[in-house]
Design a protein around this ligand. Structure first.
Ligand code: ADP
Ligand code: MG
Length: 211
């Protein structure tokens, strides 16, 4: 059981996420081919590669510094709708964690809650619009419900909720982003950004599982 992560473990966790997100790029591109322009995996890989460079070379004084660096790199390197959306998630979370020296379940709640709020303020997507919000929102709710249990117990629950949320987007007609123009033809396909939201959280959980 791991109660919380140290600053170095938090850096290592995001490096682990970066490596694994690069490895799933083809799968995410395929999902985006079905209802978008086929570049989501490529964009994610580019964003996380740049984030990993920052994580490898940076000096960090807080959890917030680490999370903010990820957000800034994603926003700059990914570009497009998803760069703004995923960059906003991590930048907003990082800002709220500027005083934290460990990654606890409380920190995870803040990362998801403040991230979700900022993503919705920026992109105006609501649950049910078939976007990454449909994975991030249930993840935030699950984290809040799991409360202050150890991070090694909370992260797998949060990842499972994000996966359910991502799966649920198959039944939705897209009302946001590129897929919106497909209307009913977006049915039956999961939202690529919701898939990557699940995978990011899944890889965070998997990293903690390696400790
Ligand atoms: P682009 O649409 O510019 O090609 P990507 O393919 O990288 O960008 O990412 C598409 C994903 O971005 C979608 O699957 C969706 O989850 C997310 N997205 C797009 N617009 C929004 C929005 N307004 N709010 C939340 N997420 C969004
Ligand atoms: Mg795309």
């Amino acid at each position: 059981m791991i109660e919380r992560l140290s600053l170095q473990q938090t850096i290592d966790m995001f490096v682990y996420v970066a490596n694994h997100m690069e490895a799933v790029a083809a799968r995410l591109n395929e999902a985006d081919q079905a209802i978008g322009d086929g570049d989501h995996g490529e964009a994610m890989a580019r964003g996380w590669r740049s984030a990993r460079e920052a994580l490898d070379s940076g000096e960090f004084n807080s959890i917030g510094d680490v999370v903010s660096a990820v957000g800034m790199r994603m926003m700059a390197a990914m570009g497009g709708a998803s760069g703004a959306i995923f960059g906003t998630w991590f930048k907003a979370g990082g800002k709220s964690l500027a005083e934290d020296e460990t990654f606890s379940s409380e920190a995870l709640i803040i990362l998801l809650d403040h991230g979700l709020e900022a993503v919705q303020a920026r992109g105006h997507a609501n649950p049910g619009d078939k976007t990454m919000v449909d994975a991030l929102q249930p993840a935030a709710t699950a984290a809040a419900l799991a409360g202050t249990r150890p991070i090694s117990e909370v992260l797998p629950v949060v990842a499972a909720s994000a996966q359910q949320g991502a799966d649920s987007t198959r039944k939705l007609v897209a009302r946001m982003g590129r897929a919106r123009t497909l209307g009913e033809r977006s049915l039956g396909h999961p939202d690529p950004g919701a898939l990557s939201t699940h995978l990011i959280l899944q890889h965070m959980a998997d990293y903690v599982g390696t400790l």
